[in-house]
Design a protein around this ligand. Structure first.
Ligand SMILES: Nc1ncnc2c1ncn2[C@@H]1O[C@H](COP(=O)(O)OP(=O)(O)O)[C@@H](O)[C@H]1O
Ligand SMILES: [Mg+2]
Length: 521
């Protein structure tokens, strides 16, 4: 059909008239199930959601100048295994008494949307309900006398969801499940927010109450700072703060291990046998598609011995928004031509542009041209990293081979110098040494070696060649093959080498070789 004919068909089809809907719209209780149960694949995500809220509240308190009077921005997490409870308290802005009930019973409609906060979908705080019997929110804001509480009853929630006779919609369901109270006594700070999870479920080896697992998770995902033993941290933080990002929050866990830090260090373990150290950092900006910077990234360089172990928590190029990690360590792995190399590398991409939006599960970004632009800029950089990984592994292979040739040369020198070696054995040892030196010379070429490594190999070669000349000059052997006719000489030499290769006992080999030489004379 021609374009013209198409236009005619469109012209003939009457336009559908759209009207607004005046009828009531049902929002059923089942929405609660989606929010509290099905959102996140990893139960530990609930820690991230509460830390995201705390980080937003602390930013707001900072902006309001609340930290001038003695209180510090801080989050404390208390895990009580006996009571099976978790309490997360922050000294952020808190929620004013007057708005408390309304804000903490709302579903969606976060007032953060559009502002520079990390949350904005208005549901994250309910994620804990899927994993415990009761979630309590407790707070007050500056000027409030009372500390108010909302109790969300997880068991009641399950009953309501299961109850087929329940006719109410979402608001009725929430009224059934959430109750308000005033906290009895209060040694609480003048502004704070607290989440208490009671009777936490035993999921996946009880990981929600495992201090080590929780610490490890927060160290990777939480808005915590770099460890003092990571000396590149300061340089990275300085670059981030130029764009107003990367600020960290002090987070404590009651495990006696002190403040939680990100896991990068100057020195780290690659495996049981190998240690490595960071030898440099690369910090770069990724331009946005509408001018300005979309993100700031950093990679640390090291020896690239292989994949960094998962438990070290530093492998992979990771994304952060508001200094909280989005997705896992494999988020950008597909951008590597060989994805396995992602885990050989270590670095972060800190998002600046508010057009790059984490998805609801915070395991990736919403797909958009801005995200595409980010990936397009990131890909060549990851390609550069992959090239380094490949070259390093090639280099290690080269050095290993060179080392093997050195060993061979040394071994044949020993055979040459051996007191009991006969003239034929000495000749064979000399050839072997010369061959090894030729191989070593070849190994010293090649583009992956640095000048220093080439020089090192050159040095070793010169020393071995010198030792060889010296060892030869100690004997005034006449060439044992001189009486063989030149036509057959090479073949006989080949046979003799084979004999020395195969017969370990040099004395026996020498005797056999002697007899062969006699036969060919
Ligand atoms: N730690 C906190 N400090 C102050 N207010 C909080 C805190 N946690 C939650 N809130 C309030 O509850 C609201 C809903 O939180 P949440 O369900 O996580 O959604 P979102 O973070 O997307 O707004 C927040 O917008 C905020 O007003
Ligand atoms: Mg939130």
């Amino acid at each position: 059909m021609s374009a013209n004919a198409l236009a005619q068909v469109a012209f003939l089809t009457p336009a559908t008239e759209l009207e607004s809907i005046a009828d009531d719209i049902t929002i059923g209780k089942d929405v609660l199930e989606l929010i509290t149960g099905a959102m996140y694949a990893d139960p530990l995500s609930i820690y991230r959601e509460y830390l995201q809220n705390a980080a937003d509240a602390i930013d707001e308190a900072r902006a309001a100048g609340l930290y001038k009077a003695g209180i510090n921005p801080k989050v404390s997490i208390r895990i009580d295994r006996e009571q099976r409870s978790v309490t997360i308290t922050d000294t952020g802005i808190g929620v004013p008494n007057a708005e408390f009930v309304h804000r903490l019973t709302a579903i969606g409609g976060s007032r953060k949307r559009g502002a520079a906060y990390r949350g904005f979908r208005g549901v994250g705080r309910l994620s804990g309900l899927g994993y415990c019997q009761e979630v309590i929110f407790r707070s007050r804001s500056v000027g409030d006398k009372k500390v108010l509480e909302i109790h969300w009853d997880g068991r009641r929630l399950k009953e309501v969801l299961r109850d087929n006779a329940f006719r109410g919609g979402l608001p009725e369901a929430i009224r059934n499940v959430a109750k308000k109270a005033t906290a009895p006594r209060s040694s609480h700070p003048p502004h704070f927010f607290e989440v208490e999870l009671r009777k936490v479920a035993r999921v996946k080896n009880d990981l929600l109450l495992n201090e080590e697992t929780v610490r490890d998770y927060i160290a990777q995902v939480g808005p915590v700072g770099f460890h003092p033993e990571f000396s590149f941290g300061r340089e990275i933080e300085a670059s981030l703060s130029k764009h107003g990002i990367g600020a960290s929050i002090s987070i404590e866990l009651n495990d006696g291990q002190g403040e939680i830090y990100r896991q990068h260090r100057d020195e780290f373990r690659v495996n049981d046998k190998q240690e490595d150290r960071v030898n440099g950092v690369e910090i770069f900006e990724i331009p946005g598609s509408d001018g300005g910077a979309a993100a700031v990234g950093w990679f640390v360089h090291h020896s690239y011995f292989g994949a960094l172990p998962r438990r070290a928590g530093i492998g992979g190029i990771r994304a952060r928004v508001g200094n909280l990690q989005i997705g896992g360590s494999d988020l950008f792995a597909p951008c590597f031509i060989e994805p396995r190399f992602n885990q050989w590398c270590s670095g972060e991409i800190h998002i600046i542009s508010n057009r790059l939006i984490p998805n609801g599960r915070r395991d990736d970004f919403e797909y958009s041209t801005h995200y595409e632009n980010l990936l397009a800029h990131l890909s060549p950089r990851l390609g550069g990293l992959m090239k380094i990984c490949r070259e390093r592994s090639e280099l290690r292979q080269k050095l290993k081979t060179a080392n093997l040739h050195v060993q061979k040369a040394r071994h044949s020198l020993l055979a040459l110098r051996a007191r009991d070696a006969g003239p034929i054995a000495r000749k064979v040892a000399q050839w072997q040494c010369e061959d090894a030196l030729k191989d070593l010379e070849r190994a010293g070429l090649g583009r992956v070696l640095s000048d220093a490594e080439r020089e090192l190999i050159g040095h070793e070669h010169a020393r071995l060649a010198h030792d060889l000349r010296k060892a030869i000059s100690r004997h005034s052997d006449r060439d044992p093959f001189r009486l063989i006719s030149p036509r057959k000489r090479e073949d006989v030499q080949e046979v003799v080498r084979l004999i020395f290769d195969r017969i370990g006992n040099r004395k026996k080999a020498e005797d056999l070789a002697k007899r062969i030489l006699a036969a060919f004379r």
